[in-house]
Design a binder for this molecule. Structure first.
Ligand code: BG6
Length: 449
């Protein structure tokens, strides 16, 4: 078998430390990293490979369990290369290091999007793309506006074939989000009521406990709308509402294209933003920053099936707890004379993603006895209990799919185009006053209207 190699740009960064290396370690431990032998870790810090793997271990241990012996074998796969993204000679050296590996060359960009274009151009000048079997995995955010996304895409497409570009959104690798399509399309009980006639509203709630940590330089230019809504949240909305199709990207794109464009007034009425109290004292954040670390808003889809169904979304940093739930709120049932209306609750389907992974369905049942009294009961599926420790992390799924060449859980440029267009407009017209909220609180008031 020809050995492939992963070339990871941004290897000393936050994302690589918290998500990419823990996933690579797990895949190594489970012996699933068979097709790929070596990891070339590229970072700007001056260190040897030995120092890099030693420092990495101290950090990665906070995100996944590590066994010394396994880590030792894992670290033998890693070669650290110190790299200044402006230094043309480094790209030439990289091209020659890579020549040893006959298999696929997986370029993995886990840097800030401001470097995507520059790295690609420099690699091209150093003749990196002379190798035919180059795949590119590129992290989100893909740019910070439609214009910059288009620009990055144009550069990438000059050198790499579309079939070899993997635009990442790690939420698409989360097991319970992948479950959405199974839930909708393989259960007639849901498939037939999955539309505006039966669904009253949808709630997507993603509060996070952590602040921005070491990511001030990136976050203070992005904010919650670009960081979470443009990518993860809109992808969830698309998964929840797309039509059944073999071409998932196209089907999601149609939804993203039909997100209802709001007028300036509507944007202001349907959105609240906030900033946690200690945000401005975080490292690399401007003293007067008005960047939002919290956003809640109402999204609508302008098509026949979803007309007037509100999607309430909420996400924020430094909130009281980390949680991730999606609630599908069904309409009330009508005309059931033998039961009291006030005892009747509309059905609710809850997809739980964090801390527990599972699905809950809330329904009406009759209390035992001669009186026709109603009660509510939950039907519950707990994936994290059933597959204890076996359910892979999102990044494990993502990396394996890149290696195996399965593109279903990546985003197409057309999807990004429409989500950026929607977000650009919101950012342009939003109210620039962010409300300050207390650290580790529930954020500003949760409004649903
Ligand atoms: C990233 C965002 O894409 O997702 C981060 O840039 C956020 O700001 C993270 O914290 C959340 O990921 P997860 O998997 O912990 O929900």
């Amino acid at each position: 078998m020809k050995e492939s190699v992963i070339v990871l740009f941004g290897a000393t960064g936050d994302l690589a430390t918290k998500k990419v290396f823990p996933a690579l370690y797990k895949l190594h431990e489970k012996e699933e990293l068979t097709k790929c032998r070596k990891i070339i870790a590229i970072g700007r810090k001056n260190k040897t490979s030995e120092e890099f793997v030693k420092d990495l271990k101290e950090k990665v241990v906070n995100y996944t369990e590590i066994e010394d012996e396994v880590y030792k074998a894992f670290s033998e796969r890693i070669k650290y290369v110190e790299f200044d993204f402006n230094d043309k000679n480094k790209y030439r050296d990289l091209t020659s290091i890579i020549s040893k590996y006959e298999g696929e060359k997986i370029l993995y960009m886990a840097t800030s999007p401001t470097y995507f274009k520059m790295i690609t151009e420099n690699l091209a000048k150093a003749k990196f793309f002379k190798y035919e079997n180059v795949k590119l995995a590129i992290e989100k955010p893909f740019g910070n506006s439609y214009k910059s996304a288009k620009d990055i895409n144009k550069t990438l497409k000059k050198y790499i074939k579309e079939k070899n570009i993997y635009r990442l959104d790690h939420y698409l690798g989360k097991s319970m989000l992948q479950n959405i399509l199974a839930l909708r399309f393989t259960n007639v009980v849901f498939e037939n009521v999955w539309n505006k006639d039966y669904i009253e509203s949808v709630l997507i709630d993603i509060p996070e406990e952590a602040g921005i940590e070491e990511r001030g330089r990136y976050y203070d230019k992005a904010g919650a709308i670009r960081d979470m809504v443009q990518s993860h949240v809109l992808q969830i909305v698309a998964l929840l509402t797309m039509e059944r199709s073999k071409n998932i990207n196209k089907s999601k794109m149609k939804i993203l294209k039909s997100l209802k464009k709001m007028k300036k007034k509507e944007i202001r009425e349907n959105m609240i933003t906030g900033q946690y109290e200690s945000y401005r004292s975080e490292k690399d954040v401007l003293d007067e920053s008005i960047v939002e670390t919290y956003v809640e808003m109402k999204i609508n889809i302008k098509n026949k099936k979803w007309k007037n169904v509100p999607f309430y979304i909420r996400t924020g940093k430094k909130m009281d707890k980390k949680k991730f739930n999606i609630s599908i709120n069904f309409k009330e049932s009508k005309g059931i004379r033998q039961f009291k209306e006030e005892e009747l609750m509309p059905n609710k389907l809850i997809i739980e993603i964090y801390p527990k992974e599972g699905i809950k369905f809330n329904m009406n049942v009759k209390k035992p006895g001669v009186l026709n009294e109603l009660d509510q009961a939950d039907m519950e599926y707990c994936e994290s209990c059933k597959y204890l420790g076996k359910s892979p992390e999102a990044y494990e799924n993502i990396i394996l799919n890149i290696i195996n060449g399965d593109k279903t859980m990546f985003t197409s440029f057309e999807e990004l185009k429409h989500s950026w267009k929607y977000i650009d407009r919101i950012i342009k017209y939003r109210n620039k006053d962010v409300g300050i909220y207390i650290d580790n609180s529930n954020g500003p008031i949760w409004k649903k209207s």
